[in-house]
Design a protein around this ligand. Structure first.
Ligand code: CP3
Length: 369
């Protein structure tokens, strides 16, 4: 008869209750979740992955769920529906990260700016364009207005498989301000630039209000169970250098600094879309742990950034629409360039509604090997 070797993994796995204690207990304090390991600066054999806007209209089950709420805002603020929307892509594709289902415009809603999403038109907000308009905001009710989002995070924490990282998020003050000042989406950013360039002190009060609200909002998500945070600065790339420093780097630095004080172990990912040559200054100036790269960032520049922080990105969302060999080659190019350092595979911007879900399956398969 063979005596089982007490030190063999097989023995421990099959016969010992030690196995149960070992499972889920990180060795030497290290994190067992692949996404958190990469965000902490580790290089992994297989990159962890998730996709910006991974929940949404490209999924038929999302479209069914969406019909159950009268408006998109009510959908985001219904913990049951928002939990289900977050879980849908995880169930189908098995990403390493689950991003809380909500929207960056929940913060203006919390501040009392009237926010609506119109079908085919996008978001519409009652505009805030002057110091006088700031008085119409009601930040004292912020906590109660955003509370349903924290409930969604608590439910997700219970529902997610143990290897999946729960990512909370908010828009950066500059990007959120573009929607508040322009009253919706914009091409030229004429109104916000005119206010920021001619009256920086008064515009700075809107940014200050957003910095304070964003800190409370992200901190609340962490207290409810978020394990990593992403700050979306989708319109960072429309500012000249001095204003980029003032309205993108500086407010983000204040948010990251305060979050690091309150929750030192929680990694923060910054996404300054379109920052171009200012990416390195964004990383050093804000103190983010990881940086999400837009589609245009070249691999040489991305590799250099890896000496400063973990990088995330940057497949063109339209490559995911293309699929097939074009996508397979693009994925391989990115992995070959960035796989030797701390790296999270993602898109360079959000999934578009035309994306065939089969192509996300193909991507998942490519990233498994
Ligand atoms: O899956 C996820 O990534 C989580 C959910 C999420 C949404 N929006 C859901 C959403 C996240 C992280 C966002 C971020 C967001 N929202 C950004 C930053 C990222 C980016 O894409 O640049 C911005 C700029 C917004 C603002 C916003 N929300 C716009 C301009 C629109 C209308 C345009 C559009 O894509 O429809 C939205 C609506 C929105 N947010 C939808 C979803 C799934 C579609 C609305 C619907 O389903 O009816």
């Amino acid at each position: 008869m063979r005596i089982p070797d007490l030190h063999s993994a097989h023995f421990i796995t099959r016969f010992s209750p030690i196995y149960i204690l070992m499972e889920g207990r990180p060795e030497n304090g290290a994190n067992p979740k692949p996404l958190l390991r990469a965000l902490a600066g580790e290089t992994l054999d297989r990159p962890p992955w998730w996709l910006m806007r991974q929940a949404g209209r490209y999924l038929p089950e999302y479209r069914d769920l969406r019909r159950q709420a009268p408006s998109f805002l009510e959908f985001c603020l219904d913990p049951e529906l928002a939990t289900e929307a977050t879980l849908q892509p995880i169930r189908r594709f098995g990403m390493d990260g689950a991003i809380l289902f909500a929207d960056i415009l929940i913060v203006p809603h919390g501040l009392g700016a009237r926010v609506a999403f119109r079908e085919g038109e996008g978001p519409v907000l009652r505009p805030v364009r002057s110091a006088e308009d700031l008085k119409s905001l009601t930040p004292q009710r912020f906590g109660e207005r955003v509370a349903p989002v924290f409930e969604t995070v608590r439910r997700l924490k219970r529902a997610l498989p143990p290897s999946v990282t729960l990512i909370g998020f908010a828009g950066a003050p500059w990007t959120v301000a573009t929607y508040m000042v322009e009253g919706g989406s914009s091409r030229e950013f004429a109104r916000i630039k005119s206010w920021a360039y001619t009256m920086p002190d008064s515009f700075g009060r809107l940014i200050d209000a957003l910095v304070a609200a964003t800190i409370e909002y992200l901190s609340g998500q962490v207290e409810a169970g978020a394990e990593a945070l992403q700050i979306f600065d989708s319109w960072a790339g429309v500012l000249p250098e001095p204003e980029f420093r003032l309205w993108v780097i500086e407010p983000t630095r204040r948010i990251v600094g305060e979050l690091k004080k309150r929750h030192p172990g929680v990694p923060v990912i910054g996404f300054p879309r379109g920052a171009g040559l200012l990416y390195p200054d964004y990383v050093s100036g804000t103190g983010v742990d990881a940086v999400s790269l837009d589609t245009v960032v070249p691999m040489d520049a991305a590799r250099e950034l890896q000496s400063q922080a973990a990088v995330q990105g940057n497949l063109d969302p339209l490559m995911l629409v293309a699929g097939g060999t074009a996508m397979a080659e693009a994925v391989e190019r990115i992995r070959a360039a960035l796989g030797e350092g701390p790296f999270v595979f993602n898109l360079g911007h959000g999934i578009v509604p035309e994306t065939p879900p089969d192509h996300v399956d193909q991507l998942a398969e490519l990233l498994r090997t």
